[in-house]
Design a protein around this ligand. Sequence first.
Ligand code: NAD
Length: 295
Amino acid sequence: MEKIGFIGLGNMGAPLAERLLKKYQLIIYDLDKNNIKYFTDKGALACSTPAKLASQTSRVFLCLPTSTIVEKVVNGDDGLVKTAKKGTYIIDMTTGEPEITRKISNALIQEGINFIDAPVSGGPKGANQGNIAIMVGGTKNQFSTIKPLMDDISSNIFYAGEIGSGHSIKAGNNLLNLICRMATFEVISMLVKDGVDPEKAVNIIQKSSGRNYATEITLPDNILSGKMFQGFSTGLMKKDASVATKIANANKIEIPLGKLSQELLKLTIDEFGEEADMSNVALTYEKFSCAKIRP
Ligand code: NAD
């Protein structure tokens, strides 16, 4: 069985890696022992360093918190490049920074190693269902080489453009997600305060012109169900929005809604911390409006 490497088996990486586990011998590396055990119990082979992993495969997926961590895993002591062979593909599914991605990629291509960006959108649910969006940045040739492998993860693979384009689009998408989420919580809190049943409001808006990801997934699945868990932390959302802000600043573009949505997110982070699930934003809005959205 072909060996495929996967590094970063958290909330998002795990369901992506599980798709590959169905067809390949997965070789893994992570700092979290519980996340490793989950996969070794299912037949994956654990490596003690990224370098040991890269010595056994020419295809390595990364799904790590930040581009700074990606740089360390790729270029650090015992990093992937210590043993990676020419022709290796490192596929970075992290929501990363386009500038750092371009820098890593341009340096590695001199060694014959392909580093491409392939961030995802659709969360653990989309990964489990096999339809998560994957936006790939790289040359067309790199894209067509790696596409068959990605087809084993999802039916929604997109060529985003040259290296870093996937990470740029992903940052823009997540800022839009944050803005829509805050706007949706604001309106639903207002309606609840006015005596409307939140479930009825969300169901109706989902079939009306105000629909968005928060009315389709966030509110029904994570908040109104009482689950209060999405599997995406406030700290990661803060990071994603800050990547989008860097892109805006680099292009001297004002993003007032983006700025306000980050100020609102900060209120949730100040109260619950950066490890807290994004569902906690609902609690911040309940506090603002003194109206209970959850059941
Ligand atoms: P997470 O915190 O749940 O998981 C991160 C994993 O990386 C953990 O298993 C951690 O142990 C591991 N890790 C951290 N540093 C490491 C290192 N130096 N070496 C090896 N492993 C290391 O985060 P997540 O929610 O899985 O997010 C991962 C990436 O995917 C982020 O960039 C995030 O923005 C993006 N993303 C997440 C979601 C989501 O819904 N959770 C959706 C789309 C994109």
